[in-house]
Design a protein around this ligand. Structure first.
Ligand code: SF4
Length: 216
């Protein structure tokens, strides 16, 4: 049974617990569209600490598309080497910087426009809009949001496409909770509701969670 008071209680307890956890990488780039876009693209299938290391390296080389375009492939490759698929992402980074340079460095806030950039799919575009522009029309669905929302019983486990999970979540979650949900789930998914070994015994919402699909 999903009801709004229960959803709010889960949210509030996790939000309280999250004060003791590492902030997300993306939270460092709120209101900074270019950095948010690059960090979101680099973060695909990559651990938070590796994305952060790559962003720190990259920002030493520059923090605008124009700065980064002046750098050699070797310099950029070395900077983003901590992330998964860095060779492909090097190509995406150059493409993004090139396209932005042609637009005077201005990152678009439109979802479809963002998705015309190489390496920017639905998730990266939604995350960029949320982090860079504070636009929360959608809930960013990454692996943590997908997994935990299903374990909580808020989303049918048969739904797999991130945009569909987003729609299912939006149908049950009060709108004021949409902005914080992705960041909280990244933190919660790393600290407690882990992919293969969820820590249900020390979970702050254990009494409110049906533990859908969790063995043992
Ligand atoms: S009780 Fe277990 S499955 Fe449910 S949210 Fe907590 S850690 Fe995840």
């Amino acid at each position: 049974m999903i009801d709004t008071p229960r959803i709010r209680a889960v949210y509030e307890r996790i939000e309280t617990a999250a004060r003791a956890w590492e902030p997300t990488v993306l939270s460092h780039f709120e209101g900074q569209p270019f950095k948010a876009l690059v960090a979101a693209m680099l973060s695909a299938q990559t651990r938070e600490e590796h994305t952060m290391a790559a962003m720190q390296n990259l920002l030493r080389l520059g923090d605008t598309p124009f700065d980064l375009l002046r750098r050699s492939d070797d310099q950029l490759r070395q900077a983003i080497r901590p992330v998964m698929y860095y060779e492909s992402k090097l190509g995406y980074l150059r493409d993004i910087c090139q396209k932005l340079a042609e637009r005077d460095g201005v990152v678009p806030s439109d979802l479809d426009d963002l998705m015309t950039f190489k390496g920017v799919g639905w998730k990266v575009a939604v995350l960029t809009r949320a982090t860079g522009f504070g636009i929360y029309d959608d809930i960013t669905v990454d692996v943590h949001v997908a997994r935990i929302s299903k374990r909580l019983g808020w989303v049918d486990p048969a739904i797999t496409a991130p945009p569909k999970i987003n729609e299912a979540l939006k149908a049950v979650m009060p709108r004021d909770l949409w902005p914080g949900w992705n960041g909280l789930m990244v933190q919660f998914g790393r600290a407690v509701c882990k992919p293969t070994a969820p820590q249900c015994r020390r979970c702050p919402v254990a009494d409110l969670c049906p533990k859908v699909g969790v063995g043992g």
